[in-house]
Design a protein around this ligand. Structure first.
Ligand code: GCU
Length: 370
């Protein structure tokens, strides 16, 4: 390699560092008492702090105890997709001292693969819509799909409906809908990890947009997922708030206050003062795999801010013995960074989760065995 190209490469890498420095985000590798975090043991302590800050200031506290869950298969299709897969619709029933709620999910399992890895996919569309399931199962993955509105309506209805009603919170740090959807995914995970026909070591959680935020929160809180895929999750998802284009904290709090906890409102217009930034959520996924997908024309989500969060968590991965994001330059349209435990791609086009994204997610999973 010539001297000139070595220099070009160095400049391109340096551009990432410079762009990230401009954001002035809070440090990940320092405890609140200022102790530098330089070992996996100290990271565990820092992890607990981050876990606490994110719940208190952004998403609200998710319940940790006090419920019972049961699952019942309510429908079965032995020969789905012309016999290539079987499908089961399973009802999740959750009970706490305050009552009982339920929602369905659908598990599609390919017959061509022994112990398939799984995508736990939270979707906008109802279970009756076929979505991408046939293509995913043809690729040898099982899919557990749940429609988010079946868990709890996407409305400002307080704690009236869905799992929120089992654990109503307060107006400050009570859980918002993202927390409710994320926590409910973990109740599906409780079922999946017991399912011996599946590869329970390789269960990914995936969602797009508000459901990308949900998938990130779920995978940040629940360490049983081997991979977390946040597609175009933007503000309140994988994008840094500081220096972000498009949607800001104030937009979220005006349009979707009920997705978050009440405390987030304190930070509207004050991103620079936030005691966290979204790389905190991404860091909780380490050392497991994290994949952030962006689209070049999705200014509202701001893929550069998503990319920079991936870069910001890389030192945590390195501390834990993994490569984080392996990228040699700021992302250009069409770039795919699949080398490290943090994956990223920048698809051309607008806000959407489609077959081009799925193809890359599946490639990444096959490459890393997660
Ligand atoms: C709105 C919202 C975003 C969200 C998106 C979606 O655009 O502002 O934060 O990601 O809806 O979920 O479709």
């Amino acid at each position: 390699m010539g001297k000139e190209s070595i220099t070009k490469e160095a400049v391109a890498k340096e551009a990432i560092t410079k762009e990230l420095e401009k954001r002035c985000i809070p440090e990940l590798l320092r405890l609140s008492d200022n102790t530098p975090v330089d070992s996996p043991q100290l990271w565990e302590a820092r992890r607990k702090e981050i876990h606490e800050i994110l719940q208190r200031e952004c998403y609200g506290y998710l319940p940790e105890t006090g419920w019972e869950t049961e699952w019942e298969t309510v429908a079965e299709e032995e020969n789905a997709f012309g016999g290539k897969a079987y499908k089961r619709t399973i009802e999740v029933r959750i009970r706490s001292g305050r009552g009982y709620v339920s929602f369905p999910f659908q598990l599609s399992v390919p017959r061509n693969t022994e112990k398939p890895s799984v995508f736990l996919y939270i979707t906008f569309s109802p279970l009756s819509s076929p979505e991408m399931v046939e293509e995913i199962t043809d690729n040898g993955f099982a899919v557990a799909r749940v429609c988010y509105q079946d868990i709890a309506p996407d409305q400002n209805d307080g704690y009236d409906n869905g799992p929120g009603s089992l654990f109503p919170g307060n107006a400050y740090d009570g859980w918002g809908k993202l927390g409710v959807w994320a926590w409910s995914l973990s109740r599906i995970m409780d079922y999946l990890v017991q399912e011996k026909t599946l590869n329970t070591d390789a269960i990914a959680v995936i969602g797009h947009s508000r459901l990308g935020k949900t998938a990130l929160l779920c995978g940040a809180m629940d360490e049983r997922f081997s991979l977390v895929i946040a597609s175009e999750s933007g503000a309140g998802g994988a994008a840094l708030f500081r220096g972000k284009e498009g949607e800001k904290v104030a937009d979220l709090c005006r349009n979707f206050p009920y997705w978050f906890c009440g405390n987030l409102k304190k930070w509207a217009g004050k991103e620079e003062e936030l005691p966290f930034d979204q790389h905190f959520a991404a860091a909780l996924v380490a050392p497991r795999c994290l994949y952030t997908a962006g689209a070049s024309e999705d200014e509202w989500a701001d893929p550069l801010s998503e990319f920079l969060a991936c870069r910001a968590v890389t030192p945590v991965y390195e501390l834990l013995g993994k490569q984080g994001l392996v990228a040699d330059r700021l992302p250009r349209t069409g770039d795919i960074f699949h080398e490290g435990s943090v994956g990223f791609h920048l698809r051309p086009g607008t806000h959407y989760l489609g077959r081009d994204d799925w193809k890359l997610f599946m490639e990444y999973r096959k490459k890393h065995g997660v």
